[in-house]
Design a binder for this molecule. Structure first.
Ligand code: PBG
Length: 329
């Protein structure tokens, strides 16, 4: 005996009925908009590989964050493009660093939205790696773990002092969350949560971001610190450790090719989960849509819904503003 005829189709018969039985409800409350800030004034420079995304200066950033807030989006995450880079990535912790300046301007001029600071060194180091490098060429270089932690701790305190309301370490150094938690607490920022990029893969999907943040590694790749795309169980170990070290929210990144990891994390952990719908996931759709091959709105909402369905509570996405408008109808 099969199903009686119409058994499954009965509840798909009309749009209102489909709304009643919908099992995943994507909401503006889940969205976080990534933004890129650079020195200067009046800058709104479109990123070639990411149509619709811009490098902004502090003044244009303030306007952008206001419009994001007015769309009902609860948070932005900031990435900085510093005026100068050096071997230690000192721009990440400089009291007058680019993100510190941006945070100060936003604190003064915008309220009602969370300001998450991405915390990594790759945008600030001359070599483009996410930590302190020893050795100087492709064959001999090594990204040193513990010396990097000291810099991250200093940068975390500096970002919190400048006004970051959440710190998001993304460098994949072992033990970073503990060091950052300690540094924040010692500096009096006990109330600032840590959103840990816990399971961050060494992914080709970051390609367009490296143009946006001007952060490609000058030699070698990130495979000795970011995760191997083939590993899912290891992601749960990463997440378990980050939780023990004091992470408040755990992130999986990228999102789309790692929905199984997100689902496994959802089943294992009861803390909030974030997923990063990364630059390559965005730009692929943009490029195909520009060619008239797919419908951007339909595909973007399908992607975001899938990420929520897999278990993400919050989604970092370059579609945040568009999605907020689309969801409002
Ligand atoms: C840097 C960082 C990257 C992204 C976010 N933070 C790039 C990288 O690790 O190379 C990628 C985000 C995206 O592709 O949208 N630590």
């Amino acid at each position: 005996m099969g199903f009686p005829e119409h058994r499954l189709r009965r509840l798909r018969g009309s749009a209102p009925l489909r709304r009643l039985v919908r099992q995943t409800r994507l909401s503006v409350d889940q969205l976080i908009a990534p933004l890129f800030v650079r020195p200067g004034h009046g800058i709104r420079q479109e990123i070639g590989a990411m149509p619709g995304q811009f490098q902004l200066s502090c003044d244009t950033l303030v306007d952008e964050v206001k419009s994001i807030r007015d769309l009902g989006i609860p948070a932005v995450i900031l990435f900085g493009i510093p005026p100068e880079k050096d071997a230690r990535g000192s721009g990440a912790y400089h009291p007058n660093g680019i993100v510190q300046q941006a945070l100060a301007a936003l604190r003064e001029q915008v309220d009602g939205i969370e300001l998450i600071a991405d915390l990594c060194l790759c945008e600030y180091t001359s070599h483009g790696h996410c930590g302190v490098v020893t050795g100087c060429d492709e064959r001999s270089f090594h990204v040193e773990n513990d010396p990097t932690l000291e810099i991250l701790a200093e940068a975390a305190a500096s970002l919190a002092r400048a006004g970051a309301s959440v710190i998001a370490p993304s460098g994949m150094m072992d033990g970073a969350v503990r060091e950052i938690r300690t540094a924040l607490d010692e500096a009096g920022h006990e109330r600032v949560p840590i959103l840990a990029y816990a399971a961050k893969y060494a992914s080709g999907f970051y390609g367009p971001f490296r143009e946006a943040a001007e952060s490609p590694p000058q030699f070698g790749d990130r495979a000795t610190y970011q995760m191997d795309p083939a590993n899912a169980r290891e992601a749960l170990v990463e997440m378990e450790l980050d939780l023990e070290e004091g992470a408040d929210v755990l992130m999986v990144k990228p999102a789309l090719a790692y929905l199984d990891v997100l689902r496994a994390a959802r089943e294992r952990f009861d803390v909030p989960l974030a997923a990063y719908n990364v630059s390559g996931e965005y730009s692929m759709v943009k490029a195909a849509a520009r060619n008239g091959w797919i419908d951007e709105q339909r595909v973007a909402l399908e992607i975001l819904t899938s990420i929520a369905r897999a278990g993400a509570d919050m989604i970092l996405t370059y579609w945040a503003k568009d999605a907020a408008r689309w969801l409002r109808g």
